[in-house]
Design a protein around this ligand. Structure first.
Ligand code: GDP
Length: 284
């Protein structure tokens, strides 16, 4: 599901997340491992308001593994725990529970010391559209026992997924908006499929993608498309790729839209290998 955001939607989304914050001990902030910064909500810190949080870098199978490690180190330097997972395959789910236990250890120790009966950790997943929230929830649900009913003391019916491992997860995620104010972020979100294909001009997105590959992953670009360097005139590139891949229009010329689709599909299906678009900011 992809949503186009308007101020009204944003306010509503924010309100929905804020309302549910009090039901949980910890927030699982889901981001795309290929763009751990661009796929975050721009106001997330303010919205979470000091709530304990675990950042989950999802789709690790599509991201550059070396840079994923750098991101985890970066978040740690900034006092944020993070783990990387592949929700589609169900890899890394144990890491989530373990990390949450660590983050909440003091709180639960304190509760125990005060004689409060031990209970499972309560968590909610939040993230922008398409980052994999439903996939992760389904994974956790499938691996574990069925849903429980309402929580005592909670007026609105909330379904919780009770897991075997000391964790209860709200079955509906909090959906937040991405930021695409600056063109670079927009291109990254579009290229990875995080925002609707009708929001940006796809030819621009494909061109940005090729230039990105040229600067960050030149060997991947060369392997797949045969370029060590891209010519200045992108029309030439489109002509060449189109001819090679048989993207001809009925009139006989190269169909630029088909070439555009091929480039974007190649990125999204990891034909260029595992790519990460956001690089952690360097230490000052
Ligand atoms: P939501 O909008 O955040 O709930 O996102 P979805 O759960 O619907 O996932 C969006 C798309 O990403 C779907 O096509 C999923 O199959 C895919 N997806 C989710 N998690 C992963 C992952 O870890 N790896 C890969 N390769 N794809 C994933």
């Amino acid at each position: 599901m992809t949503i186009q955001w308007f101020p009204g939607h944003m306010a509503k989304a924010r309100r929905q997340v804020t309302e549910k914050l009090k039901l949980v001990d910890i927030i699982f902030e889901l981001v795309d491992a290929r763009l751990p910064l661009s796929s975050r909500n721009p106001m997330i810190d303010e919205i979470l308001n000091q709530k304990p949080r675990l950042v989950i870098l999802n789709k690790e199978d599509m991201a550059d593994p070396a840079i994923t490690k750098e991101w985890i180190a970066y978040f740690k330097e900034h006092g944020i725990e993070s783990v990387s997972v592949n929700s589609q395959a169900g890899n890394g789910l144990d890491k989530i529970v373990k990390a949450a236990e660590n983050i909440l250890k003091e709180k639960f120790d304190r509760m125990r010391a005060r004689g409060i009966k031990p209970r499972a950790m309560r968590a909610m997943i939040v993230g922008i559209p398409n980052v994999g929230k439903s996939t992760l929830i389904n994974r956790i649900a499938k691996k574990n026992i069925a849903k429980t009913g309402n929580m005592p003391g909670v007026t609105k019916a909330q379904q919780w997924i009770k897991t075997a491992r000391n964790l209860e997860l709200l079955d509906t995620p909090g959906i937040l908006w991405p930021k695409f104010e600056d063109p670079e972020t927009g291109f990254k979100l579009a290229l990875t499929g995080a925002i609707k294909d009708s929001i940006l001009n796809l030819q621009d997105v494909a061109i940005w993608g090729l230039r990105f590959l040229e600067s960050r992953y030149p060997s991947h670009l060369e392997e797949r498309y045969g370029y060590t360097e891209l010519p200045d005139d992108m029309a030439v590139v489109f002509e060449q790729i189109g001819e090679r891949r048989g993207c001809l229009s009925s009139g006989g010329g190269v169909d630029y839209d088909k070439v555009t689709d091929i480039i974007i599909r190649d990125v999204r299906t990891t034909q260029f290998g595992r790519l990460t678009f956001d690089i952690p900011p360097k230490k000052a």
